[in-house]
Design a protein around this ligand. Structure first.
Ligand code: AQP
Length: 500
C-alpha cells in the first residue's frame, strides 16, 4: 500500500501537482457506493475508472463521472474495439490496481487506451481511487487533466442514481409575499412539513421562496422584513432548523440557472394552461399586456426550486397541485431529450386540509382576498378576523335556529382538531338557537387562541435569538446548495455546456 501511495505522489510531483488531498476512507469500504459515502464528498465529485480488455488483448481504461453509466457501443467505438469485457482482479493486480479503487493516475498510458467521458469535463474537483482500499485522492480537474490529458468523448450517459437505502426526501416552500402566514398555509402545507420532519426515515428541505415574492412585493425593505417574519413563522410552526434543511431560495444561485434550462422544457401552450395565469386573464381589469412575466413563469421557477433537490414528495396545498404536475412534465420532457437525469417527484396534498376555506365560507383562504385567519398577528387582529366570519344569513335574531353547515366555525373547529363531542354540543346549541353568533365567535376566539399559542410562544423564543436563526439558515443554505450544485453539474453535462 505504501509503495502504491509513493508511486502516486511521484507521478503527481512530476507534473508539479502540489495541491491534492489524500482521503482516509476507514475500514468499512465494500464497494463504490460505500467509498463515496466514506469520502465525505458527494457522487458529483467522484469518478469511476473501469479497466476492460478488447478482442485484441488490449486494455481500455474507461473513465466517467460516478453518476454516469457507460454506453457499450460508444465505448467500443472510441476505443477501436469490437468486444470489451471487464478485466479480472488478477489482471488489475498486474496493473497495480484493485477492484473498486482503480487509480487512473498511476496506470501507464502506454499500457492502455484511455477513454474519458464528457461527464468528467464539468467536474470541479475529482475524487478517485488510489489503487488501495484505505484511501481515495481528491485533486482539481485541471490537475487531473495534466496527468490524463483533456480529451473528452461521449461514452456514457449521466443518470439520476439513488441508493436504495436513502431516506425519503420531502421539499416545499412558502413565499414571503406577506408579512405572515395564515391558517391555510399552516394546515395546507406547514403542518405537514413538521409532521414529515418528525417522521423517522425522512429528510426534509423547506425554504423561503423569496424570488417568487418579488412578483407582488416591490419594495426591498418589505421583502426583507417579510422574509424575516415568515422565517420566524416557519420556526414557530415547528420547522426545526436542526432537523430540517431550512434555507432561502436566493441562497441557491443554481436555481436561476436551472430555470433557464427548464424554460426550454415547456411550451407556451402548456404555460398558458396554468391557473395562476388564467385567473389573472379572467380578471376584467387585466389582459395579456398587463400580466407580469414573473407571474407567468412562476411554475418554471418553482420547477427549478424542486428538481435541483431531487425530492421524493412535495407537500403543498391543492392550489399548487397543477404547478407540481407541470414540474413533473418538465422533468419528463427534459429526460426524454437527455436521458434519465432528473428525478420525478410525487405530489403530496393532505385531503382534509388541502384547500382551507376562508372566513367568507366559500373561497380558498387567501391573503389576496383577505379572508384569512392569522396565527401570529396580534390578538385584536385575529379577533376582528373571527368576528368577520360569515354566519348563517337566515339567522336574524340571536335565538333563531341556525344551520351549522352555513357557519364555517364548525369547519374550523374540525380542522384544528377540537374535541369532537364538544363540537357536537355546539352543533346542537346552534341548531336550537341557544347560542348566538357573537357568543359563539367569542368562544371560538378563545379556543383558537389556545390552539395557536404554542406556535406563538415558540416563534417568540426564536425571535429573541436572531443570531442563532440567521446562523442556522446560513449553514442550511450551504447544505442545500451542495445538493443543488451536484444536480446542476449533471444537468450541465447532459445539455453539453462546453468547459474550457
Ligand atoms: N387556503 C389554503 N389551503 C391550503 N393550503 C394553502 N396554501 C395557501 N393557501 C392555502 C398553501 O400554502 C403553501 C404556501 O403558499 P404560498 O407561499 O404560495 O402562499 P400562497 O398560496 O400565495 O398563499 P395565498 O394566501 O393563497 O396567497 P395569494 O392570495 O397571494 O394567492 C402552499 O403549499 C399553498 O398551497
Amino acid at each position: 500500500m505504501k509503495l502504491k501511495m509513493e508511486k502516486l505522489k511521484t507521478i503527481l510531483g512530476k507534473h508539479e501537482i502540489n495541491e491534492f488531498e489524500i482521503i482516509e476512507l476507514g475500514s468499512d469500504i465494500t464497494d463504490a457506493k460505500t467509498q463515496i459515502v466514506a469520502s465525505g464528498y458527494g457522487s458529483q465529485h467522484h469518478i469511476a475508472s473501469v479497466v476492460f480488455e478488447n478482442e485484441k488483448g488490449k486494455y481500455v481504461l474507461g473513465i466517467r463521472n460516478a453518476n454516469a453509466k457507460f454506453k457499450s457501443g460508444a465505448l467500443k467505438k472510441f476505443s477501436n474495439s469490437k468486444k470489451l469485457k471487464m478485466v479480472s482482479p488478477d489482471v488489475l493486480a498486474k496493473l497495480s490496481q484493485i477492484a473498486g479503487s482503480v487509480c487512473p493516475l498511476t496506470i501507464d498510458p502506454k499500457e492502455v487506451i484511455v477513454v474519458i467521458d464528457e461527464s468528467v469535463a464539468v467536474m470541479s474537483d475529482i475524487v478517485c481511487g488510489t489503487g488501495t482500499i484505505e484511501n481515495a485522492i481528491k485533486l482539481s480537474r485541471q490537475d487531473f487533466e495534466k496527468v490524463m490529458g483533456a480529451k473528452y468523448v461521449r461514452v456514457a450517459e449521466v443518470q439520476y442514481v439513488r441508493n436504495e437505502n436513502e431516506l425519503d426526501r420531502y421539499l416545499s416552500g412558502v413565499a414571503p409575499s406577506a408579512s405572515e402566514v395564515h391558517l391555510g398555509n399552516y394546515l395546507g402545507a406547514m403542518k405537514q412539513f413538521v409532521d414529515f420532519q418528525n417522521t423517522p426515515g425522512t429528510e426534509n428541505y423547506y425554504f423561503l421562496a423569496d424570488y417568487h415574492a418579488i412578483n407582488t412585493v416591490h419594495e426591498g425593505s418589505s421583502l426583507r422584513s417579510n422574509t424575516q417574519n415568515v422565517m420566524l413563522d416557519y420556526l414557530g410552526a415547528g420547522v426545526d432548523p436542526e432537523k430540517s434543511v431550512f434555507y432561502i431560495e436566493s441562497q441557491i444561485p443554481e436555481i436561476f440557472e436551472m430555470t433557464e434550462v427548464l424554460n426550454n422544457a415547456v411550451t407556451l401552450g402548456e404555460m398558458k394552461r396554468m391557473h395562476g395565469y388564467k385567473d389573472k386573464l379572467a380578471d376584467p381589469n387585466q389582459d395579456e399586456n398587463s400580466i407580469n412575466m414573473g407571474l407567468f413563469n412562476y411554475p418554471i421557477l418553482m420547477a427549478a426550486d424542486i428538481l435541483l433537490f431531487e425530492p421524493d414528495f412535495i407537500p403543498v396545498g391543492e392550489d399548487q397541485a397543477q404547478h407540481v404536475e407541470i414540474c413533473r412534465d418538465m422533468a419528463r420532457s427534459f429526460n426524454s431529450r437527455y436521458g434519465d437525469i432528473l428525478k420525478i417527484p410525487e405530489l403530496y396534498v393532505k385531503e382534509a386540509t388541502g384547500r382551507v376555506i376562508g372566513t367568507d365560507g366559500e373561497r380558498k383562504m387567501s391573503k389576496s382576498i383577505g379572508n384569512i385567519l392569522g396565527i401570529f398577528s396580534d390578538d385584536n387582529v385575529i379577533k376582528k378576523q373571527i368576528m368577520a366570519i360569515t354566519t348563517d344569513p337566515a339567522r336574524i335574531k340571536v335565538d333563531d335556529p341556525g344551520d351549522p353547515d352555513k357557519n364555517p366555525i364548525f369547519y374550523y373547529l374540525e380542522i384544528i382538531g377540537h374535541d369532537k363531542s364538544k363540537i357536537e354540543e355546539y352543533r346542537e346549541r346552534y341548531r336550537k338557537g341557544t347560542i348566538g353568533d357573537v357568543e359563539f365567535k367569542k368562544e371560538f376566539f378563545e379556543i383558537y387562541r389556545e390552539y395557536i399559542s404554542p406556535m406563538r410562544d415558540r416563534r417568540a423564543k426564536y425571535a429573541k435569538d436572531m443570531d442563532y436563526v440567521n446562523d442556522m439558515v446560513k449553514e442550511n443554505g450551504k447544505k442545500a446548495r451542495d445538493v443543488a450544485m451536484g444536480v446542476m453539474d449533471r444537468v450541465r453535462t447532459a445539455i453539453g455546456v462546453y468547459r474550457v
